[in-house]
Write a protein that binds this ligand. Structure first.
Ligand SMILES: [Ca+2]
Ligand SMILES: [Ca+2]
Length: 282
C-alpha cells in the first residue's frame, strides 16, 4: 500500500500494453483490477478496466473510463480517515458506480463523489439541478441540448454532489489599441490617454460589454463610448485609459484588456504594443 501515488496494478499494465500493444483492447486498457490507494496523488482514469476499479484515494474519471466489474468508492479504513474522492467528468456508458457507506470494518469517513456536467437527469425523466443528493439509479449527464454525454448507474446511500461545470476560460475578443494605427506605440511617460477599442465581430457584440468591468493593463477607463471604430457598420466600444497608470514596462510587447459582458461572461483580448523609450522622465 505504501504510497506510490499511482493507480496500483494499472500503471504497469498500461505501460506493458503500450509497449507490446497486446491483447484485445487497443492501446491504453487495463486487464484485471485497478486500485487507487489513499494518500496518493490524484489518479486520472480515461481508459477501460476489465476488472474492478477500487478507489480509496482521489480519482478523476474522464471520457473513456469504464470498469467491467464496477467502480467502487470506498470509505476510510480507520476512524477519521477520509474516504475516496471521486470526480467524474466523463466515462463510458453503462458504468456501475458503488458508493460505500462506512461500516464497522471500514469506520472512516464516507466517500465524496462529485459528478460534473451541464445538466443532470435521473431515471430518464427527472431533471436535477446542481445539488447534493443520495442517488440510487441511472444518472445521465446531458449536454445543454439534452444529448446524453455519459451515464452511470449509481448505488449510494451517501450524497452525490452534482455540480455545474466550471465556466470555461474568458471568451477571446478582438481589441485594437490605438484604433486605426500601427504599431501601437505607447510612451509610458505621457500624460495623455491610450484609446483601446473592443471590436464587434460576427460572434461578438461589443454593445454587450459591461463598461464598468473593463480593465486594460490593470487600469480602469477614464471614459468610454459606443462608436463604429473600424467603420464596418457595427457598433464597437471605445475606451480611454490613463497612459501613466498602465501596468506595462519598457519590455512589454503585448497588452491585455479584460472585462465581462452584461451576462457575466468573462472576456479578454490582447493586442501588440510598442513601448517608446521616454526621453526625460522623472
Ligand atoms: Ca492599433
Ligand atoms: Ca465596427
Amino acid at each position: 500500500m505504501a504510497g506510490n501515488n499511482k493507480c496500483e496494478g494499472g500503471t504497469l499494465l498500461r505501460i506493458l500494453l503500450g509497449v507490446f500493444g497486446v491483447m484485445a483492447c487497443i492501446a491504453p486498457c487495463v486487464l484485471g483490477d485497478v486500485s487507487v490507494p489513499s494518500g496518493g496523488d490524484p489518479c486520472d482514469i480515461d481508459y477501460p478496466v476489465s476488472g474492478f476499479l477500487d478507489i480509496y484515494g482521489t480519482a478523476n474519471l474522464w471520457p473513456g473510463a469504464s470498469a467491467d466489474y464496477g467502480i467502487y468508492a470506498w470509505p476510510g479504513e480507520v476512524e477519521g480517515q477520509p474516504g475516496a474522492t471521486v470526480n467524474i467528468y466523463g466515462c463510458e456508458p453503462d458504468n456501475q458506480l458503488w458508493v460505500l457507506d462506512p461500516t464497522d470494518e471500514l469506520p472512516g469517513l464516507a466517500p465524496v463523489v462529485t459528478v460534473y456536467g451541464p445538466k443532470f437527469r435521473f431515471y430518464g425523466t427527472v431533471y436535477l439541478p446542481p445539488t447534493d443528493v443520495p442517488i440510487s439509479g441511472l444518472l445521465e449527464v446531458l449536454s445543454e441540448a439534452d444529448d446524453v454525454l455519459f451515464s452511470l448507474t449509481i448505488d449510494s446511500d451517501v450524497e452525490i454532489h452534482l455540480r455545474a461545470l466550471e465556466p470555461a476560460g474568458p471568451e477571446e475578443i478582438a481589441i485594437d489599441i490605438k484604433p486605426g494605427g500601427y504599431p501601437n506605440s505607447i510612451n509610458l511617460g505621457s500624460k495623455g490617454v491610450v484609446p483601446v477599442a473592443i471590436l464587434s465581430t460576427d460572434g461578438f457584440d461589443a454593445e454587450d460589454v459591461d463598461p464598468d468591468s473593463v480593465e486594460f493593463a490593470g487600469v480602469s477607463p477614464v471614459r468610454w463610448a459606443l462608436e463604429d471604430v473600424d467603420g464596418d457598420g457595427d457598433m464597437d466600444m471605445i475606451f480611454h485609459f490613463k497612459t501613466r497608470d498602465l501596468d506595462l514596462d519598457e519590455n512589454s510587447t503585448e497588452a491585455t484588456l479584460t472585462g465581462k459582458t452584461n451576462d457575466d461572461v468573462q472576456i479578454q483580448g490582447s493586442d501588440t504594443v510598442k513601448i517608446l523609450k521616454s526621453k526625460k522622465e522623472n
